[in-house]
Design a protein. Structure first.
Length: 278
């Protein structure tokens, strides 16, 4: 029986979408550049707290580093002032985000005390999709309780703050995502303190080799189907992809085929999706 090798010019690739794919965790360190209102906290003499979920400490995908340093950097906005910071993330492809997680180091230093208490106020996180002139869309906005016990004397407090946002959200590769963070300040009586952000922080106070992590936001993403449309529309791929089973009406195709004898009805190309830039 004779065997004829496949003709590469006649082979076609069937585009598919892998619904069984678990997706990918994208971890973004929340870096801060600040030259004033910067001070150090001493972890071995600080009080420690974490934000509980159902009376337990939450865990998630995050970078872990082992260090024995006893100092961490705190960024703040001055005495008795809330700390605010914004970040921009530009998605490189359209994707669905099933979960957004924040792991943040929060720092409080009470530098002068006469009476009362000082503590973190609301921790407010707002995520906005910038519309690039077409109107912005708030994806998420919520105020959280850090879950820390107030200081009643001079001292320092380090809080491991965690928040999960579990709601499917579509990110578009043409629209940046802005993250706004506000660390509020709550106090009673007469005292002076600095509320702020710790980019790199430990879980326990002892100055021995122990676990540190980086303040970061994590996105659990799945590529959306339309992220591959630029490849589908690339005319260099027109004779390499198999679009059988998709009618021109279903695809909304309007492109004209090249002079290859390949009709649109037998090999239609997908139409450009609204709101997606190519």
């Amino acid at each position: 029986m004779s065997y004829e090798a496949p003709n590469p010019t006649k082979l076609r690739i069937k585009p598919t979408y892998n619904v069984s794919d678990y997706g990918k965790d994208i971890l973004l360190p929340l870096v801060c550049t600040q030259s004033s209102n910067v001070q150090t906290l001493t972890s071995s003499t600080s009080a420690f707290a974490f934000t509980p979920h159902d009376s337990a400490q939450p865990i998630d995908e995050q970078d872990i580093i082992i260090s024995d340093t006893d100092k961490v950097v705190q960024l703040h906005a001055g005495n008795d002032s809330a700390f605010t910071k914004s970040w921009i993330f530009n998605p490189d492809m359209s994707a669905f985000v099933y979960k957004i997680s924040f792991n943040l180091g929060l720092g409080l230093k009470c530098s002068a005390f006469t009476s009362g208490t000082t503590n973190f106020g609301d921790i407010t996180i707002t995520i906005t999709q910038l519309g690039d002139g077409a109107g912005d869309k708030i994806i998420w906005s919520r105020a959280y309780d850090a879950g820390a016990t107030a200081l009643t004397a001079t001292g320092e407090l380090i809080c491991n703050f965690h928040a999960d946002i579990i709601a499917p959200v579509k990110l578009n590769n043409a629209l940046p995502i802005k993250i706004d963070l506000t660390i509020g300040h709550a106090k009673t009586g007469t005292n002076t303190s600095q509320i702020g952000f710790i980019p790199f922080y430990p879980y326990v106070p002892n100055a021995v080799p122990r676990l540190f992590t980086v303040s970061a936001v994590g996105f659990h993403v799945h590529a959306s189907l339309d992220h591959a449309f630029p490849i589908w529309r690339d005319q260099d791929n027109d004779q390499r992809l198999d679009y059988s089973g998709i009618s021109a009406e279903q695809a909304g195709a309007t492109m004209q085929t090249e002079a290859t004898g390949n009709s649109l009805s037998s090999n239609p190309l997908p139409a450009q999706s609204e709101g997606v830039t190519y």
